[in-house]
Design a protein around this ligand. Structure first.
Ligand code: AMP
Length: 104
């Protein structure tokens, strides 16, 4: 079964999409924890950081470059980048995503 984020990527359910390219999609979190709260989601359905493979290192680096671009586009003065990992790490959706919490 595909994840909720794959359903958003496939336009099966709606989301506020900020950016998309061939490797990732960026959406606004439905329950924001900061004035700007984005989720940077690779299209590849990796469940969490725990399941990362050696070949995923470029993709993970890419997510951080997208985060930098989004922060610049939104003129943020500062931000936090967070991966919640595993249920005990607060992860609720098991399709890897980078939280960007932005502050002005
Ligand atoms: P995590 O706890 O790291 O798995 O984060 C999951 C995040 O996804 C939470 O901050 C939720 O508010 C957010 N979320 C859940 N469903 C949606 C949705 N349909 N659209 C946007 N964000 C969502």
């Amino acid at each position: 079964m595909s994840s909720i984020f794959t359903k958003i990527i496939n336009r099966e359910i709606p989301a506020n999409i900020e950016f998309e390219d061939e490797k990732c999609i960026v959406i606004h979190d439905i329950n924001p924890k900061a004035s700007i709260h984005l989720l940077i989601i690779p299209k590849k359905e990796i469940p969490s950081i725990m399941e990362l493979e050696d070949g995923d290192s470029d993709l993970i680096g890419y997510l951080f470059l997208i985060a930098r671009n989004m922060a610049s586009k939104m003129d943020l003065d500062g931000y936090r980048l967070i991966f919640n990992v595993g249920e005990k790490g607060g992860q609720e959706i098991f399709h890897l995503h980078l939280h960007l919490l932005g502050f002005k």
